[in-house]
Write a protein that binds this ligand. Sequence first.
Ligand code: GLU
Length: 302
Amino acid sequence: MRIRTLAAGLLAGGLLLTACGKEGTPAPPGGEGTNTAALPTYTVAQNVDLPGSATFAKIKSAGTVTVGVKDDQPGLGQKDPTTGKFEGFDIEIARMIAAGIGVAPDKIKFVTVDSAAREQAISNGQVDYYVGTYTITDKRKQQVSFAGPYFQAGQDLLVRADDTSITGPETLKGKKVCSVTGSTPIQRVREQNLTEPANIVEFQKYSQCVEKLGTKEVDAVTTDDAILKGFAAQDPTSLKVVGKPFSQEPYGIGLNKDDKVLRTKMNDLLQKSLDDGTWQKIYDATLGKSNATATKPTIQPY
Ligand code: GLU
């Protein structure tokens, strides 16, 4: 797995070099050419106090914040296998929030929590908050709370580049479809009978599904378009996104269900980042590179 990731990274690096070297080739919109876009720096807030927030009290006494994230989603939340550093849109949102509640960058501890383990990790305090392509749903709201939404995605399909038979969710019957345990997309495949139960393949991580697409053990990977575009951008000669999103996946920051004070603070910070251009800068330097559409979200007041 490590070797594969490394190989994918080298491949992506090679492609970027090739693209830069081609004279007279216009850069794709939002692509590498337009995007030497630097990440914003976040001012660490001083003297923050959030009376009534148990999570904040815990963060303050620990002097560190523990943030749950994904580690295999290019452009969103990915751990560099060489440096061990996390990067992507979700990671930057997490950093911006940490700064806003007074936590310095070196005091942020990122821990990987895959889709199926999120509610538990948040409610048992294993993470202080969670930023990882986490769709706000009524069902999840019974266990956790959400700040946001800070991004709007939609369920889509990733297929092999030479596949002309899969053109949308209605063409999946008889095809092997892979997604992740505990995710909204796999639930939708089941509920809407998009393929036969025996044809549903399930893993803990989307990168495992993408691997099986390459080896032809599955025919499609389904999840949010933002995630799939990141994988396709890493290997555009073998993979493509169908590009017909068929759901609404508003991403929220997951946090303790009872912590209304922290939720309100996070919403204020998200709103500020949308208003002052920080959100756009984050987008341009991360997700914008794989051309996922930037739909600015509307923060929901509590
Ligand atoms: N946004 C969807 C979800 O929260 C799919 C992506 C994921 O599994 O993180 O389930």
